[in-house]
Design a protein around this ligand. Structure first.
Ligand code: UDP
Length: 326
């Protein structure tokens, strides 16, 4: 029996593939390599294919005895989603629609979905619980919410069960794999790239937010802890046959300035930076309550310390200053 991982050559995907392999699972990876890196996964069954390509997906489902799908394949840059919503709806929403249809056709009834804290938009209350209102402030978050709703109806009609994991800010790295987006938009890799001479300037997007130091507060979670949550979710589906939604974060927020200071402490360097205008659609504070993931899935994040998260990312970036070779 195999687990099919879509987008398995991406950042969180590749870490999850490695984690599942360590747990003894047989993993099949599908990735169109629009942003993933072939060398980030060490897997025999790798298919360069798009989830919207039904014929290819049928062939993969027919060749392997897939029991569960872990679905990462998506466009994931918030700013880009505001300029090009078509691509986001096409790849994320239509892509998942095709995937669910392929699963139905091939008798695969379990899916773990890579969702996002972006489904919440501006929260009323911190920490954010799963039952909070979902009013996304960007097209990316909206596509993730549409997909969650789509999966609900595929369960009603066809019995496909889903676990939706709403990640807060993924960061960190593990051994030979790490974070390599192009363009990079995330705070921690941007700060590390600056230290490695990979970029000229670092901008802090706004220092007039409703927070103590004026910069946005986010909940950073180690990519290895996220990987573990996917494995637990697969087992939850296997054991209970129930669908559910879980937040994944550490329940502790760090401001942009605090992250900058932590990076400086870990790397023992000073980072020149400039304060710029706010980025459109950035909420002041996003902190997760992950109590549900802990009590229901048995999730026990091990690497919540921000300096551990940054230290692991730094180890990878130092070894791979230009990212992956492919
Ligand atoms: N940020 C920043 N400068 C950058 C990149 C990000 O000040 O070059 C800020 C961003 O405005 C947000 C926080 O860092 O408040 C985390 O942003 P990131 O893009 O890493 O994750 P997001 O919270 O948007 O998912």
């Amino acid at each position: 029996m195999s687990i099919l991982v879509t987008g398995g050559a991406g950042y969180i995907g590749s870490h999850t593939v490695k984690y599942l392999q360590h747990k003894g699972e047989d993993v099949v990876v599908v990735d169109n390599l629009q942003s993933g890196h072939r060398s980030s996964v060490d897997v025999e069954s790798f298919y360069k294919a798009d989830i919207r390509d039904r014929d290819s997906m049928d062939r993969i489902f027919q060749k392997h005895a897939v029991k569960e799908v872990v679905h990462f394949a998506a466009n994931s840059i918030v700013g880009e989603s505001m300029k090009d919503p078509y691509s986001y709806y096409h790849n994320n929403v239509y892509g998942t629609l095709c995937l669910l249809d392929s699963m139905k056709k091939n008798g695969v009834y379990n899916i773990v979905f890579s969702s996002s804290a972006a489904v919440y938009g501006e929260p009323d209350r911190i920490p954010i619980v799963e039952s909070a209102k979902t009013i996304p402030t960007n097209a990316y978050g909206e596509t993730k919410l549409v997909i969650e709703n789509m999966m609900k109806w595929f369960e009603v009609a066809h019995g496909i069960k889903h676990v939706s994991l709403r990640y807060f800010n993924a960061a960190g790295a593990e051994g030979s794999i790490g974070e390599d987006h192009s363009p990079e938009t995330h705070l921690i890799p941007i700060l590390l790239q600056k230290l490695l001479g990979q970029r000229e300037k670092v901008f802090l997007f706004g220092d007039d937010y409703e927070t103590e130091d004026g910069t946005c507060i986010r909940d950073y979670v180690h990519v290895q802890d996220l990987s573990a949550a996917h494995y637990l979710s697969i087992n939850y589906l296997r054991n209970t046959g129930k669908s559910d939604i879980f937040n994944l974060g550490n329940g502790r927020g760090y401001s942009v300035k605090e992250v900058l200071k932590s990076v400086e402490r870990v790397t023992k360097a000073t980072i020149d930076h400039e304060v710029k205008d706010r980025r459109v659609g950035d909420p002041d504070v996003l902190i997760a309550s992950s109590e549900k993931a802990k009590s229901v899935l048995g999730w026990n994040p091990e690497f919540g310390d921000i300096e551990k998260i940054i230290g692991d990312a730094w180890t990878w970036h130092r070894k791979n200053p230009n990212g992956y070779k492919d």
